[in-house]
Every structure is written in structure tokens, then in C-alpha cells.
Design a protein. Structure first.
Lengths: 478, 222
């Protein structure tokens, strides 16, 4: 059962029905003992009557007298009472006619008991001592049985009705109780990174639910604060770092333009300029990573067949690889539609290609493969470089991780390329991983993007369409 | 040509002003939104260079205000915010170009020139420079009358140079035009294509056609 409301309703129904059943059971025993007690009183009354009929000298009466007197006392009420009189030693002195030759069973040691007599049925028997005689008076238990049967029947019907009624009541109650929770759920569901300023409405009353809503709101406050901090940080960091960087760069350029430098001085200034460019790139990439982590990067998702996109990339990739004396081949198999942002995905491919070129031996072959699987589009790029040991393959996607093999290479990267690639693929709801190449050497980096028309991708597209209003932070919902 | 510079950092503002003045533009520098409004009320400008993070407001709001009130002269946004969103946002509000810090003065000047030219640009269908002739409609290129076989990327690249003969073209500007990339293209993709162009054209002439301007970009020599 997935709904707390249903669970609560069933719990409520169960508890209330069980309570009712308990009450009915207790009532059953009380009523039963009450009725039985009534029978005992009747038996006692009959005994008193027999005793009165026998007179004060009952000890001295002859057997016949006793039979006669008892008979006259008993026959009037023969419908109700079965009477048997024993003498202590001589056996039966009298048996009422309605016993029809049967005996009233005796349970030794008990004066009041319920017993089943042959041919008569269940009886409530009272045993009374009258001098040397034992007077046993039985009353049919049937009435009690009938009453108790009726009671049980009524109880069962009532319990069934109660069960149905309590389930309905439980559902109504739980709906009423869960309403504020649903309200909270709806609002919380609604609040995403692009409308973090929204809050759950909190009633004036102080109850558990409004406390929960308040707590959630406080959490949203903190969330909004940290989101804004990241946004502010990226904006401020950009400004604070780049404005001085601009000045350094402009000054350095000025030195070059004005001339008069020795060749070695000029070389030093050129190197400064190159380092500034590199530094700027690292700043840019770090800012991108922090914004991607805060879900503050918006992608321009388009649903299209990646074939054209890959062919365009192939053109540049081949040029880059061949320039460094390597070969590049692309195998593009299958067609299908995928949601992706071509600019960012191109960045991923370029990053992977750059890594592959950096590690490949002269004349190495770099292969790109694109295939459509059942529910993912899989792209892999394989090089013939030294490869990466299995235990380090996950680590290469971390920031500033440079493997020894790559570090010895002269080409300087920011060390952020794969981290950025993983971020971008993550924003596409895809996965990226490194595998061993198909040959003895080499590394294959594989990424997979979902083919399904992802809802979130749609939302992002909508957010893009709706979110281009200026001066309003536009963020991508996760 | 009168250019207004709105930039809160004094030294940077002065630097740009000086750079523009040396190229015989008339440049005015103001550090705040308020002064920018006043300056624009006093006199007209042919172009505005606008920083976004100003002490008394956001440059984007200022730009919106101007566009709203019918100021149609070109505006170049100069900002530290280099995210794609910021770029799109800026261009959406009505900026004509967007240059991210840190920038090179050459690049800024190239962009300002292209902005001012955009005002009166009449696109030719045939571009000529030295011994090279490019037919944009027929998609053909000839050097001294001999057809030269170019890939689509090489063609696009050459077209930009032919449209800006003799000017230094910054790498980012070229990347934006040829690869439609906002991100500085990685590695040496541009260098690779430039070397391809060089191999194809330097054999047709005794003087080199392209010059590498280190740290900035390339220039097609007159």
C-alpha cells in the first residue's frame, strides 16, 4: 500500500472493528451469565414451591405422598421444569412426567450446572438438598441458546456494518488529515531551482502539519540561500578574477605593441599572454563545474538524429588527428532521435579527442563509434595510447587528475576536461565511463544518453523557452 | 565616430578609452549607470561599450531601457560573465555583440569596427583580395583564375578573412563565425585549418597570405 491515507483508513477500520468485536464478545459472556443466572433463580423458585407443597414434615412423608405432592406442584409448570427427587439411598423417589423415563444427569460435587440430557436437550440444573432428599430441578437451556444465537447474529451484522462504515469513515478522515500533506507535496514538488523563492503556505494554527511545512520552508530558505550564494559567487568570482586579468593582458599587449623589447623579453611577454589565456580557461571551467553542480547550467536540448552532428564533428576530428599524424575513423550506425545540446556535446567529444590525440603514439588510430541500443545512444572513442589501469579509470573523471603517462606529455591541459565532460553528460541524464581498449593497449571512453523522450529534458526545453527573460536567473530543473 | 564606454573599473575604462582614441575614435568613459544615462542624454553616440556589473545597477537593465526608448545604435557588451546563458541573455535584450573578459584590445577594436560597419553593410556576392576571388553564390574559389578545392570549413574560414582584408581577426571571433562556438575552440583546431589554408594558397603566391598574431589570432596580409 503506497498511500499513507489508505493505510491509516485500514488501520482505523481494523481498530474500530476489533474494539467492537471485543465489546460484543464481552457482552456475549455477560448476557449469557445473566440469563443463566435467571434460570438458576427460576430453579430455586420452583424448589421453594416444591418445598412448600411438601410441607414442614417432609422428612416423615411416605414415598407416595411425596410423589403425589410433588406431582401437583410440578405438573402446573411441566413446560418449564424437569424435576427429579432422589432419596439419599433409595434412588429415585420422583421424576416428573416430562422426563419420559429419562434421568437427569448428575454432576457430582456441583449444585448448579449445565448438562445435556438424553432425549431432552441442554438443561440448566439446580440441585437442592431437602433433608434426606436430593431435589434436582432442570430448566431448558434452549431459550438462552435462542437469545444468544440472536445476539450473535445481530452482533455479526453490526460488526460487518461497522467494518464497512469504518473503512469509509477512515478514508474520509485520512483524506481530511492528509490534505495539508498533499498540499505540501504539491508545493514542494513545484519548487525547483528555477522558482526557489516559492514557499509552502502555512496556516495560522500550530499543529504537526504546519510545523512540518514551516520546517520545509526553512529548509527551502537555506537551499535558496546556498543556491544564491553559488550564483553570486560565480558572478563575483568571474568579475573579481577577470577584470584584473583583463588589465594584465592589456598591459602585456601594450608592451608588445609599443615595441622596443629584446627578443627574449618579447618571448616572455608572449608566454605571459598564453598563460593568461590558460588561466582564463581554467577559471571558466571551474565556474562551469560549480554551476553544473548547483544545477545552474541550462542546456539547449533539441531532439534530433545525431548523425549530422557526428558527421560535422568527424570533419574537424579528422583534421585535428591528421595534423598530428594520426588517423581518425568514425563508424556511425543506426538512426534515432536523442535529446541533446549539440554545442556542449561537441565540447565533450572535443575533450575526449584531445585526450586521445595527446596519448596516442605517432600513426595511432582513433576510432569513434556511435550505435543505437534499445534505450540508449552509445558513443565511444577509442585510442591506441598506453591505456589506464582499471583501478584508476574512475579517477580520471575527477578534477585536476593527471595520470603519470599524460603528465609527461608536453601538451598542457587544464586537467578539467574529463570532469567537465562528465558534468555535461550528467546534465544530459547520461553516463560516461572509461573501459579498456579492444586491443592490448588503449583506452575507450564511452558515454550513453537516454533515447527516451525524457521528461526532464522537456522541462529544460520549456524552461529555456520561458526562461529567457533578462535579469532573471534562469536555471535548469533537475 | 563617437563611442561611449561604460565600465566601473577605472583603469580598464581608461585603457579602452586610450586604445580607441589612438585609433582616432572619440571615446568617452563613464563608470556608473547614472552617468551613462546623463552622457547619452547630452549627445549621441555611434556605439556603446557596456560592462554589466556596474556599481549602481546592471548593465542589462540599462540596455533594456535604451532599447525601449528607441536607442538603436550598436552596443557591445563587455562582461566577465561568460556563461552561454549570459551571452544569450545579453544578445536577447538587444546587444549586438558580446565580448568576455579578459579580452585583447585588438579583439575589442576588431569587434567595434565590425559593429560600426554592420550599420552600413552591403553584402557582396563576390569577394576579391589580391589574386584570390571567392564567389559566394557559386561557392567557388579561384587563385589567379585557377580553381582551388576547399572543404566547407576552409571555405567559411577564408570568407571571413576576405570580408575583413588586412584586419587582425581574433581567434574567438573566427570560432564564433565558423564553428558557431561560444566556447573558445579547444586545442589547435583553428591552427590546423589555417595551416591547411596556407598550404593551399601559399603555393599560388610568392608573398605569404596569412600572418599569425600570437595570442590574438590571424591576419590576412594585404
Amino acid at each position: 500500500m503506497r498511500s499513507i491515507g489508505t493505510r491509516l483508513a485500514l488501520l482505523y477500520a481494523g481498530v474500530s472493528t476489533a474494539t467492537m468485536v471485543c465489546l460484543f464478545v464481552a457482552g456475549y459472556y455477560l448476557l449469557n451469565s445473566h440469563l443463566v443466572h435467571g434460570l438458576d433463580l427460576l430453579n430455586a423458585a420452583e424448589f421453594e414451591q416444591i418445598k412448600a407443597e411438601l410441607g414442614p414434615e417432609y422428612e416423615n412423608l411416605s414415598v407416595e405422598k411425596i410423589q403425589q405432592r410433588t406431582h401437583s406442584a410440578v405438573e402446573v409448570a411441566s413446560v418449564f421444569f424437569y424435576v427429579e427427587i432422589h432419596a439419599k439411598r433409595n434412588g429415585v423417589l420422583f421424576a416428573s412426567s416430562n422426563l419420559a423415563g429419562h434421568r437427569l444427569p448428575d454432576i457430582p460435587g456441583k449444585h448448579v450446572f449445565t448438562v445435556t440430557a438424553d432425549g431432552i436437550g441442554e438443561l440448566r440444573v439446580g440441585e437442592f438438598i431437602l433433608g434426606p432428599m436430593d431435589v434436582m430441578i432442570g430448566t431448558s437451556y434452549r431459550q438462552v441458546g435462542v437469545v444468544m444465537e440472536g445476539y450473535t447474529e445481530t452482533s455479526l451484522i453490526l460488526v460487518c456494518l461497522m467494518l464497512v462504515a469504518s473503512v469509509i469513515m477512515g478514508l474520509v478522515l485520512s483524506r481530511a488529515a492528509m490534505r495539508p500533506v498533499r498540499l505540501i507535496q504539491e508545493t514542494a514538488n513545484h519548487i525547483r531551482s528555477d522558482n526557489l523563492s516559492e514557499r509552502i503556505p502555512v496556516g495560522a494554527v500550530h499543529d504537526e502539519i504546519s510545523n512540518l511545512a514551516r520546517l520545509l520552508n526553512e529548509m527551502f530558505d537555506r537551499l535558496e540561500l546556498s543556491f544564491n550564494q553559488i550564483r553570486r559567487f560565480t558572478a563575483e568570482a568571474s568579475h573579481e578574477l577577470k577584470t584584473p586579468l583583463s588589465l594584465v593582458r592589456l598591459q602585456a599587449e601594450k608592451l608588445l605593441v609599443e615595441g622596443g623589447l629584446t627578443p627574449s623579453q618579447e618571448e616572455a611577454v608572449q608566454m605571459q599572454l598564453e598563460e593568461i589565456t590558460r588561466l582564463n580557461k581554467i577559471i571558466e571551467e571551474l565556474l562551469f563545474l560549480s554551476r553544473a553542480e548547483a544545477q545552474a547550467v541550462r542546456l539547449d536540448f533539441r531532439r534530433e538524429n545525431p548523425r549530422v552532428f557526428l558527421q560535422s564533428f568527424e570533419l574537424d576530428a579528422r583534421a585535428l588527428a591528421e595534423h598530428r599524424g594520426m588517423s581518425f575513423t568514425a563508424t556511425i550506425e543506426g538512426d534515432g532521435a536523442v535529446d541533446f545540446d549539440s554545442k556542449w556535446l561537441r565540447q565533450v567529444l572535443l575533450n575526449l579527442l584531445q585526450n586521445a590525440i595527446n596519448v596516442s603514439p605517432p600513426g595511432g588510430r582513433i576510432r569513434l563509434t556511435s550505435v543505437f541500443m534499445v534505450d540508449v545512444w552509445r558513443v565511444s572513442l577509442e585510442d591506441q595510447g598506453p591505456g589506464v589501469p582499471a583501478e584508476q579509470r574512475e579517477r580520471i573523471f575527477d578534477r585536476f587528475v593527471r595520470l603519470e603517462a599524460a603528465a609527461t606529455n608536453e601538451v598542457k591541459g587544464s586537467g578539467l576536461g574529463l570532469a567537465i565532460s562528465r558534468s555535461i553528460i550528467g546534465l544530459h541524464h547520461g553516463v560516461i565511463r572509461a573501459e579498456a581498449g579492444s586491443g592490448a593497449m588503449g583506452l575507450r571512453v564511452v558515454f550513453e544518453l537516454p533515447i527516451g523522450d525524457t521528461k526532464s529534458a522537456d522541462q529544460s526545453a520549456k524552461a529555456l523557452a520561458a526562461g529567457l527573460k533578462p535579469s532573471e536567473p534562469v536555471l535548469q530543473p533537475d | 565616430m563617437k563611442i561611449l564606454i561604460v565600465e566601473d573599473e577605472r583603469r580598464l575604462g581608461n585603457f579602452i578609452k586610450k586604445g580607441l582614441s589612438e585609433r582616432s575614435y572619440t571615446a568617452t568613459w563613464v563608470p556608473t549607470c547614472r552617468e551613462a544615462r546623463d552622457a547619452l542624454c547630452e549627445t549621441g553616440y555611434d556605439a556603446i561599450i557596456l560592462d554589466l556589473g556596474l556599481p549602481d545597477g546592471d548593465g542589462l537593465d540599462l540596455l533594456k531601457e535604451w532599447r525601449h526608448s528607441g536607442f538603436n545604435e550598436p552596443v557591445l557588451i563587455l562582461s566577465a560573465r561568460d556563461a552561454v546563458e549570459d551571452r544569450i541573455k545579453g544578445l536577447d535584450v538587444g546587444a549586438d555583440d558580446y565580448l568576455a573578459k579578459p579580452f585583447s584590445l585588438e579583439e575589442l577594436l576588431a569587434r567595434v569596427r565590425s559593429l560600426l560597419r554592420r550599420q552600413s553593410a552591403v553584402k557582396d556576392t563576390v569577394l576579391e583580395h589580391r589574386h584570390i576571388r571567392m564567389d559566394l553564390l557559386g561557392r567557388t574559389v579561384t587563385a589567379k583564375g585557377t580553381p582551388v578545392d576547399l572543404t566547407s570549413r576552409e571555405f567559411a574560414l577564408l570568407e571571413i578573412f576576405l570580408q575583413n582584408p588586412g584586419r587582425i581577426l581574433p581567434r574567438t571571433l573566427i570560432a564564433e563565425k565558423v564553428w558557431e562556438s561560444h566556447y573558445d575552440i579547444d586545442g589547435n583546431l583553428l591552427d590546423v585549418y589555417m595551416s591547411k589554408l596556407r598550404t593551399k594558397f601559399d603555393v599560388t603566391t610568392d608573398r605569404p597570405l596569412f600572418k599569425t598574431v600570437r595570442g590574438v589570432g590571424y591576419q590576412m596580409l594585404p
